[in-house]
Design a binder for this molecule. Structure first.
Ligand code: PEP
Ligand code: MN
Length: 366
């Protein structure tokens, strides 16, 4: 499974830290990570009850099930709505798990509050809409009990994601987390939603105290890829997972391809490895020093390259030649991407890097 490379993001120096976050309730903790699991949608009383029993038995502490499903096209399964609230209440009273559902407007929040829903998540389509997020923040104003989880917006816009988190935080909600569920990308070939890891990583950099969960179900859109992506997320230091689990995924009324069974979840949880945040410091320090030296060299080489670029720019201007020479650039791309594998470099990575360097070279020459 390819790992999407991290290349380019505007680094903003402002301090975005969200104020006074409190730790999420203990129920979120599972073997050194945070975990939320359950079906994409609540479909029937029996489905909710059976799934919840099995998840509780394996130690899952937060049960998710969507009641109001935002569907791209009309006519699909739009969720059971308020009919399913007592099913979730029963899960809470019988298993002791916290219950979680998606809210997208004031009415959803009021129903959920009345039913004692512990965790409310804001879905990707709602995070993209500041009016809706503000409406939710206003209803929840000052609530210290409910945990709110903000999924990233469908578009790769970190400011929109952060803005939604800020609206919730400014309303006095202290139990707050983000969920990375990937981004819509027409060019994506492998995943349902491109991970673009650089975006949640930048969120972590800007808000170090904010827990970030990863949702391998919505990122991959494919149950076979869920375990690998989950492990990648943990390896990168994200705080936990939100996973879709269904008794019989093939019969699910929404997101059938990406849901795993409770048995598969148990198997997967058994194999997940939680890496320590600070492993052997002395060895790491030595290797990091090597990295720093490489980065020094990299910058010096880049500076030399740009110096030559500017000289070429002067020459082009004097001799009245256009700045962009597509054939020359194609030649560079071909030659260097062919060279990449022998150097154990990924050809796509080299291509992206050269495109970025070329873009800057053109900018300098202009
Ligand atoms: C969901 O969690 O089932 C859901 C609808 O997610 P998203 O908003 O990430 O698409
Ligand atoms: Mn879903």
């Amino acid at each position: 499974m390819p790992f999407h490379t991290t290349l380019y993001i505007k680094h903003n120096k402002m301090n975005y830290n969200l104020h006074d976050l409190e730790p999420l309730p203990q129920a979120f903790h599972y073997n050194g990570m945070l975990l939320v699991a359950g079906p994409c949608s609540a479909e029937s009383h029996a489905q909710v009850a059976t799934t919840a029993q099995q998840l509780a038995a394996m130690g899952v502490g937060v049960f998710r099930a969507g009641l109001w499903k935002p569907r791209t096209h009309p006519g699909g399964f739009e969720g059971m709505g308020t009919i399913a609230l007592p099913w979730l209440q029963q899960v809470k009273s019988e298993t002791g798990m916290l219950i979680a559902t998606e809210v997208a407007n004031r009415q959803h929040v009021l129903h959920a509050l009345q039913a004692g829903v512990d965790v409310m998540w804001i879905g990707a389509r709602t995070t993209a809409n500041p009016f809706a997020v503000q409406e939710i923040a206003d209803v929840l104003h000052g609530n210290r009990q409910v945990s709110v989880i903000v999924k990233n917006p469908v578009s790769p816009d970190i400011e929109l994601w952060l803005g939604a988190l800020q609206r919730i935080s400014h309303a006095g909600i202290r139990r707050l987390a983000a969920v990375h569920r990937g981004f819509v990308n027409a060019e994506e070939q492998v995943y349902r939603n491109t991970p673009m890891w650089r975006i949640p990583m930048e969120l972590k950099r800007r808000c170090p105290t904010l827990p970030i969960l990863v949702d391998p179900s919505h990122i991959t859109g494919d149950r076979d890829m869920v375990p690998t992506l989950a492990q990648q997320a943990l390896d990168m230091g994200f705080d936990g997972l939100m996973l879709e689990v269904h008794q019989c995924p093939d019969k699910a009324l929404s997101d059938k391809q990406q849901q795993i069974t409770p048995v598969q979840l148990e198997e997967m949880l058994k194999h997940l490895v939680i890496r320590s945040k600070n492993s052997d410091e002395s060895q790491l320090t030595v290797l990091r020093q090597l990295i720093d030296e490489c980065d020094d060299e990299l910058l010096q080489v880049l500076a030399r390259r740009m110096d030559v670029v500017r000289k070429i720019g002067d020459l082009k201007r004097k001799t009245n030649i256009q700045v962009v020479q597509p054939n020359r650039f194609t030649d560079i791309l071909n030659r260097r991407t062919q060279q990449a594998p022998a150097l154990q470099l990924d050809s796509d990575f080299v291509k992206h890097l050269l495109q970025l360097v070329h873009e800057e070279a053109v900018r300098q020459q202009l």
